[in-house]
Design a protein around this ligand. Sequence first.
Ligand SMILES: [Zn+2]
Length: 305
Amino acid sequence: MGIRTSALMLVAALMFSPAMLAQEHAVSGQAILKLTQQYVDAAPKRYIGSPGHDAAEAFIKEHFKPEVAKGNFIDDRFMARTPIGPLTMHNLIVKFPGKKDGIIVLASHYETNYWLKDIRFVGANDGACTTALLIALGQYYREHPPQGYSVWLLFTDGEESINKEWTDQDSLYGTRHIAAKWSADGTIGHIKAFVLADMIGWKEMNIDRESNSTPWLLDLLAKAGRDTGHSKYLFKESQAVDDDHIPFRMRGVPVLDVIDFEYGTADNPEAYHHTELDTMDKLSATSLQVSADLFVDLVKLINER
Ligand SMILES: [Zn+2]
């Protein structure tokens, strides 16, 4: 019996090995790269108030028709007080209900900087590729509904500052708003982890040990690196980053910022950051594969914790 089973399994493995290999990657880095290109083509400039910003929202919504139909796509519209006056902003939330109480939020900002509106800034790595990553993760959770905690995708608006100089008052508009809203309605108490993706498509990516993140989530990220064989893409640098996880961290939610802040050349490690050089040619399917593998594994590990 044992031998027969093994023989059958061997035959099955030989017959189905391409499918099994494909299953190793729940989400395809190549597909994310393609989606990023489509997003950048549809909405090259996505600063708040621009036609591109509307196009970006439409692009995201278009990819979640089944969730829109089920009422699991939420347009969280709000008015933000900014240095240039009140501006309407929108967070977009997509819910994939799980089987046990608790929510894992996966987030990325989708807009580009207002203060870069007059240059050709497309934010391929800064905003676009992580928006595509979230869309691709959503496609995966649609096909494989969460068996544990619910997974909510949060496409945040107004992460970037309006003025060039970043301040606490002029940045993180979307997450400051939604963290307050979810505190008021009690949602925040159900959030087991808030995991942020930012600038993780660069072909030379190495994800920082981001020190505003919660230690046990950094440990899980390290474990995800080992599980997926991607440890070499992790933790060459340690630094604290002000990002969309901060408003949640301030409210006691466990947070993780999966980010590679350095984005440039040896001479100037920020040469591509917030410049016209943040373009599609800087990205690679390999880095996006690494990021996707890490996110899928992190969700699994948070559930097992
Ligand atoms: Zn940015």
